[in-house]
Design a protein. Structure first.
Length: 554
């Protein structure tokens, strides 16, 4: 008997949810908002999975009928979990004494949710975020939802909300709901609304694309919902959920076919090898699209010379030619140190709502699987703190978006260090994780003070200096910036030139196959690129190497 009434209750909830879903546009975020008005806020993860399944399997992606929708809900495992808060909240004594009354309680609970303070706060937050986060616009939207009563309280409440926002972009809906519930003025503004049970309805508008002033004129796709993001990437919502690792399962799987990255260790000149995490083809294509159509439009700081179109290591090194002292520092574990919240904040600053920013962040960051880290710990002897960084969500070395994101996320670091260099009358540039400062003889005397200030700024920004890669080089020593000598003019290091010259001479005498010890698949192009680099720095030496290159029998 109890089982029978269980299914009667499930059918009642399914029909109530179907009615709510049919009143909104057939789009994921709107459907999710309608589902919350019926199912509440405690099962949001299950509700997202339920709506994603519905959008994917609905016939022809069109609005289904009420009967099809209710039948689909009853057949979907996520539905039972999604409405469990309503069902299991009812005392079991209802089933033993008056099962029909239990169904009435469920229906009353579904209808009564529309008048709770939480639902009013959620509806108001959604309404505010669906427009410009500006006082007059917010006031109009508040009155449209709550009515013209309590206008004074509403205006004062909005001023408090605007002043409490600590980010340059609007808060998420969850944050805004929490701030509303914490304000006594909110409860004053809605006390009459709660007496009108049918007044609050689901807010169907998605959050507004809202960029900060610095990014207001960017030509980027204006994506406001997960469905629009999936359509832009030409994938389904379930594929977006998987590739963005919404459920944070990637770091737990040891099955290579279920991992979105391939892994390899690349030797370094000193220390343990570098772990390269390269996205697989489908994810790499998506990341390149994000890079080309979103990230490449963003301006980077003038001090950044690495991975920036139109800038090079030679241009950065040229800023330090002929100086009395050159100070070089290295940021330790640069990519893996950048936290996902900083990447998420970047996408929020561009204008994307929280749900889209969270998905984009998941697409361009990763968590290294434990089996890969265990192998690296045994084979490559990676330090414990390096392993911990890889266990957390981070930028992958090997992803096409990581270099651009590292520059953008280090914008405030570059701004602060540029200001610090100006105060010390020095020049500052950064190429990836290599930072360089240079100046006159007075800077040499204050070098330790500058390094101490650099360390404070770097640590305050969440990074750390490599303890063994800080150099203070006066003019009586070779001054090296990103592998380029800058004492009097740009030049290639002598040992680099001699080694390349010896390789070319041996290739002329004994054949190029003998010199290709590292088995480069395109050895000719490899040598040509190295010679071109020397030609750009020292044309005279480059010409000598070019003549030898033309004597090789390919």
């Amino acid at each position: 008997m109890e089982t029978e009434h269980y299914y009667i209750a499930a059918e009642q909830v399914a029909l109530a949810l179907a009615d709510a879903l049919l009143q909104v546009p057939f789009e994921a975020e709107a459907l999710l908002g309608a589902a919350r008005t019926v199912l509440g806020n405690r099962t949001q993860a299950e509700q997202r999975r339920l709506i994603a399944s519905l959008v994917e399997f609905a016939p022809n992606s069109e609005r289904p009928s009420r009967s099809w929708l209710a039948a689909f809900l009853l057949r979907t495992p996520a539905f039972e979990n999604a409405y469990s808060e309503i069902f299991w909240g009812i005392q079991w004594r209802f089933w033993a004494t008056a099962p029909c009354a239990a169904i009435d309680v469920i229906e009353a609970a579904i209808a009564g949710r529309k008048t709770t303070t939480q639902i009013i706060a959620s509806a108001l937050a959604a309404r505010l975020l669906a427009g410009t986060f500006e006082r007059n616009e917010m006031r109009r939207r508040t009155e449209a939802l709550l009515g013209p009563i309590s206008r004074t309280d509403q205006r004062r409440l909005l001023m408090q909300i605007i002043k409490s926002n600590t980010t340059p972009y609007p808060p998420s809906q969850k944050q805004l709901v929490q701030r509303l519930l914490e304000r006594p003025l909110f409860h004053s503004a809605i006390r009459r609304v709660r007496l009108r049970p049918d007044f609050i309805h689901p807010v169907l508008e998605p959050p507004k694309f809202s960029a900060i002033a610095r990014f207001a004129d960017l030509d980027v796709p204006k994506l406001t919902t997960l469905r629009s993001l999936a359509d832009w990437l030409h994938i389904s919502p379930s594929q977006l959920d998987w590739l963005s690792d919404e459920r944070r399962q990637h770091g737990l799987t040891a099955i290579p076919i279920l991992q979105n990255y391939t892994y390899a260790s690349i030797p370094k000149r000193t220390g343990p090898p570098r772990l390269i995490e390269a996205p697989k083809t489908r994810l790499k294509t998506i990341q390149r699209k994000i890079l080309d159509e979103i990230l490449s439009s963003l301006p980077v700081h003038n001090a950044a010379y690495g991975f920036v179109y139109g800038r090079s290591a030679a241009q950065g090194a040229a800023r330090h030619v002929g100086e009395a002292v050159v100070i070089t520092c290295d940021l330790e574990n640069f990519f893996t140190t950048i936290p996902p919240r900083r990447v998420h904040g970047l996408f929020r600053s561009i204008g994307y709502p929280p749900s889209v920013s969270r998905a984009l962040t998941g697409l361009v960051t990763t968590t290294t699987p434990e089996n890969v880290l265990s192998r690296s710990r045994q084979k490559d002897r990676l330090a414990t703190h390096v392993l911990q960084l890889h266990r957390r969500q981070h930028l992958a070395q090997g992803s096409p978006t990581s270099p651009a994101l590292s520059n953008l996320c280090a914008w405030r670091l570059d701004r602060r260090l540029s200001g610090l260099a100006k105060r010390f009358e020095a020049h500052y540039t950064r190429y990836a994780d290599d930072m360089t400062f240079s100046g006159d003889i007075a800077l040499h005397a204050r070098a330790k003070s500058l390094l101490s200030a650099i360390r404070d700024v770097v640590e305050d920004e969440g990074f750390s200096l490599h303890p063994r890669k800080t150099r203070i080089s006066a003019r009586n020593r070779r001054q090296n910036v990103t592998g380029i000598v800058v004492n009097d003019h740009l030049n290639v290091p002598r040992e680099t030139y001699d080694l390349l010259k010896a390789t070319l001479c041996n290739a002329v005498r004994h054949g190029w196959e003998v010199e290709n010890r590292e088995k480069h698949p395109a050895f000719k192009a490899h040598l040509d690129g190295r010679i071109t680099w020397v030609e750009n720095l020292n044309p005279h030496r480059g010409a000598k190497l070019r003549r030898l290159f033309h004597q090789i029998k390919w």
